[in-house]
Design a protein around this ligand. Structure first.
Ligand code: MRU
Length: 377
């Protein structure tokens, strides 16, 4: 997508140095646009854990490139030592963030691919190609999500006689959370590019404010009309007919249709149901959990540093700074995600089309998972 009119992805191999992977530092957006070099697995792990990169798809893509970096740095004395180092690095990467399933999916995909190589040189080349394939696939799937999802916006637009379609989104499931296009934003960008008037309500998304800082920035870069709202405003807007459609992303969705997403999503789904506002979730197939059945009980919910609740980050006199919000001694808790039960989800927008949030409908789109679904595969 566009940054000051120039096309960027969120992660790539440095053109003049194939041993370096480059990312956009999301920590300092929207105030500074900064590119960071990654050359070691530790740097990749820190970038994921400290959220220089974040969002389901981008975490997966970063893990894919992280395994390429692991292969570049692994001992070359024997195949066993090489693979043992890669497995250890895969564990390190997987431990960085527990909820987003794309992370373990990407590490497993890399290890499976790499093991098929004969020589160490060949395995390094496989790791490079697989990292690129994961990223390319993510971008392509998000583009296709846009193509399927735009039909929902078109239909509402026609019903409203061309008046702007008001879409509410939570957190950042935009291109910054993936490699390109995003998931929740892909139908919005597609509609905007086709000349369908849209307006986006952007939940600020405390505590880290991914909506206020990232979604607002990327929509602005692409020229999409939007307004940032405090997290608690959505219900009021829905009661007054000011939201036509909710689209969110997800960090993990069970094959039974339960949706883990940024904390606060569940409350938006409840408000949407109470006001008959369609609530859609957009995701690539890499975000499905084909094993877990009960999302509320079984999906691990990341609890992050309480400092993200007690402090807030912003621009002060040209510097990105943090200030304290709460009394010095008040403890805080920081649950990063919640699970919206399938019954509150109108539908899932995937790269293969739109389906209902239930097992039969999901498996009808992904029949190749019929065998493994629900098993410990
Ligand atoms: O904690 P984050 O920023 O990595 O959370 C991920 C998210 O951006 C959201 O939960 C998003 O809606 C999921 S889709 C990438």
């Amino acid at each position: 997508m566009l940054v000051n009119g120039q096309h960027y992805r969120t992660i790539w191999i440095k053109p003049d140095d194939p041993r370096v992977v480059q990312i956009i530092n999301q920590h300092v957006l929207p105030h500074r646009f900064e590119i960071v070099d990654l050359t070691t697995v530790d740097e990749v792990a820190v970038a994921i854990r400290d959220m220089l990169v974040r969002g389901a798809g981008l975490i997966g893509a970063t893990a894919g490139y992280g395994m390429y970096i692991a292969a570049l740095n692994a001992p070359t004395g024997s195949r066993e030592a090489f693979l043992a180092a890669l497995e250890a690095d895969g564990k390190t990467l997987k431990a960085t963030r527990p909820t987003a399933i794309n992370l373990e999916w990407a590490v497993a995909r890399q290890l499976d691919a790499i093991r098929a190589g004969d020589t160490i040189l060949e395995m390094i080349e496989i790791a490079r190609q697989t990292a690129i394939a994961i990223a390319d696939e993510d971008a392509d799937f998000c583009r296709r999500i846009g193509e399927h999802g735009v039909a929902l916006i078109e239909e509402i637009s026609a019903r409203k006689g061309g008046e702007p379609v008001n879409i509410l989104t939570h957190c950042n499931a935009g291109w910054l959370a993936f490699v390109d296009y995003g998931t929740a934003t892909a139908p919005i960008y597609a509609a905007h590019d086709r000349g369908i008037p849209v307006h986006v309500w952007v939940d600020e998304t405390r505590p880290r404010n991914q909506g206020a800082q990232l979604t607002a920035w990327e929509l602005g870069q692409h020229g999409v009309p939007h307004a940032v709202i405090a997290d608690n405003v959505g219900g009021h807007l829905m009661q007054h007919g000011m939201v036509d459609l909710v689209i969110t992303g997800t960090d993990r969705t069970t094959h039974t249709g339960d949706v883990a997403n940024k904390i606060g999503t569940y409350l938006k789904a409840l408000a949407a149901r109470d006001n008959q506002v369609p609530f859609y979730v957009a995701l690539p197939s890499s975000t499905f959990d084909w094993v877990t059945r009960d999302g509320v009980k079984e999906i691990p919910i990341e609890e992050r540093n309480p400092d993200e609740v007690t402090h807030i980050q912003g621009l002060y006199q040209g510097e990105v700074v943090q200030v304290q919000l709460t009394p010095q001694d008040s403890p805080a808790r920081n649950y990063a995600f919640d699970v919206t039960p399938a019954r509150l989800v109108t539908g899932l927008i995937t790269e293969r089309g739109i389906c209902e949030a239930n097992e039969a409908s999901i498996l009808a789109l992904y029949p190749e998972h019929r065998q493994g679904a629900g098993g410990r595969t």
